[in-house]
Design a protein around this ligand. Structure first.
Ligand code: PLP
Length: 409
């Protein structure tokens, strides 16, 4: 007997993160805060061990009239001021000569999910990186879409050859390509591609589009926590996309504003041809209407306020945490280099990932770490260390401790 539809996978979500978070909390209760390293939580936490909630974001939010909070948003695509402001915010100083539209979504997750659902037919294949945010594969599976993956690194660089190989293979099979590029500040490695790498990717995808249409799903969830001065400069390379290539940029207010609970984000559609953008906009609007109807009015209004009138205060407050992330990551990476604990090439962002030769070794290492009260998250051939929530004093000496445990597994 089965009440749910036949095509759906009924195995429960293997929530590796929350299970370990629970264990870490239990260990803290038993042994005290100082005895435990909890590097599991993927949200931004301060040095006081509390989630960061910016005054420059939640001050204005609290001042929004209750009637504005109560009201439905004006449309299924999102409030006009929000849509306009997301475009301005995401593009920054880059002048894009592309047709565009913005659809408000339920977090960055909403943007990624509707893109996977609506750009591929059931049974087609989505291309993602080998080490990636787990939700991509889950979303694909819920939409009856298969997944294949490209090797992310060739040494310390983006593995262009494998990216090309996998994209070509999928394109030859289905004459359509949807490929996820989670950049900048890739989750979970902290890698950001260079301009040259982006140019090569766009050049290749232009060429590949002779065989079928190409959609790049550029997940920029962590873009506002990049250390480089102009993390958005690569967007200008998108001007080189030909008429058969589209880019959907998935933007997350959760990360940018530390407002994870407000469920606000956007899909920014970019392509040469306005008619093509309009077609996707229509489909995404219908999808939004059918899934979440509309996005919290106050969340959109607040984003617009914080990134315009409140911009200076917000940028100043956010920068303090960018600097904190920089300190925490530098501490971990420098110590890892000193003791030869192998890490994936980290440049910026919320996570550092220790490189594992295979998943069996990873599992043993992960267990051994927990025995020493170091709680981390397993990812494909890696151990994710969430420096975003780990106070600096807990980062100190951590790589060395991890290395000592690693040599024993
Ligand atoms: N993309 C990546 C890589 C993420 O890690 C996350 C959240 O963890 C998201 C997108 C979506 O976040 P949200 O739906 O809260 O905007």
């Amino acid at each position: 007997m089965a009440f749910v539809k036949k095509q759906v996978d009924v195995t429960p979500i293997e929530d590796t993160v929350f299970a370990i978070v629970k264990l870490a909390k239990q260990a803290i209760m038993e042994k005290g805060e100082d005895a435990v390293v909890n590097a599991t939580i993927g949200s931004l936490y301060g040095e006081d061990g509390r989630i960061v909630a910016y005054d420059s974001v939640f001050g204005p939010y609290d001042r929004i009239k209750k009637e504005v909070k109560a009201a439905y948003a004006a449309s299924f695509t999102g409030n006009e001021s929000y849509r306009k402001q997301v475009y301005e915010w995401v593009c920054g100083d880059n002048k894009l000569h592309l047709a565009h539209s913005v659809i408000a979504t339920a977090g960055g997750s909403g943007a990624v999910s509707i893109a996977i659902n609506e750009m591929l037919d059931e049974g087609q294949t989505l291309v993602i990186p080998k080490i990636a945010w787990g939700s991509y594969a889950l979303m694909a599976s819920m939409h009856n879409v298969a997944v294949t993956s490209y090797e992310l690194f060739d040494g310390d660089r983006f593995h262009l050859r494998d990216f090309e190989r996998v994209c070509r293979e999928v394109m030859e099979k289905q004459h359509k390509l949807l490929v996820v590029i989670n950049d900048p500040c890739h989750n979970p490695t902290g890698y950001s591609m260079s301009m040259a790498e982006w140019k090569q990717v766009i050049g290749f995808l232009n060429e590949l589009s002779a065989l079928g249409d190409v959609v790049i799903l550029n997940d920029v969830a962590y873009i506002d926590y990049a250390y480089q001065k102009d993390a958005r400069a690569y967007l200008s390379v998108l001007n080189e996309m030909n008429a058969h290539v589209m880019c959907i940029v998935a933007f997350s207010c959760s990360k940018t504003l530390t407002s994870y609970g407000l469920r606000c984000g956007a899909a920014l559609l970019l392509a040469k041809d306005a008619a093509q953008v309009r077609e996707v906009e229509i489909v995404f609007e219908k999808m939004a209407r059918s899934l979440w109807s509309n996005i919290p009015n106050a969340a959109m209004e607040n984003f617009t306020y914080v990134t315009t009138i409140g911009k200076d205060a917000f940028l100043q407050e956010k920068q303090e945490y960018v600097e904190l992330l920089r300190k925490r990551s530098a501490c971990f990476i420098e110590e890892a280099e000193a003791c030869a604990l192998p890490c994936y090439p980290y440049k910026e962002g919320f996570f550092v990932t220790v490189k594992m030769p295979d998943n069996q070794t990873r599992d043993r290492f992960h267990e051994a770490l927990m025995k020493q009260d170091i709680y981390t998250v397993k990812v494909n051939t890696g151990i994710r260390v969430a420096i975003c929530s780990l106070p600096l004093k807990k980062c100190e000496g951590l790589a060395k401790r991890m290395k000592e445990i690693y040599v024993q597994v």
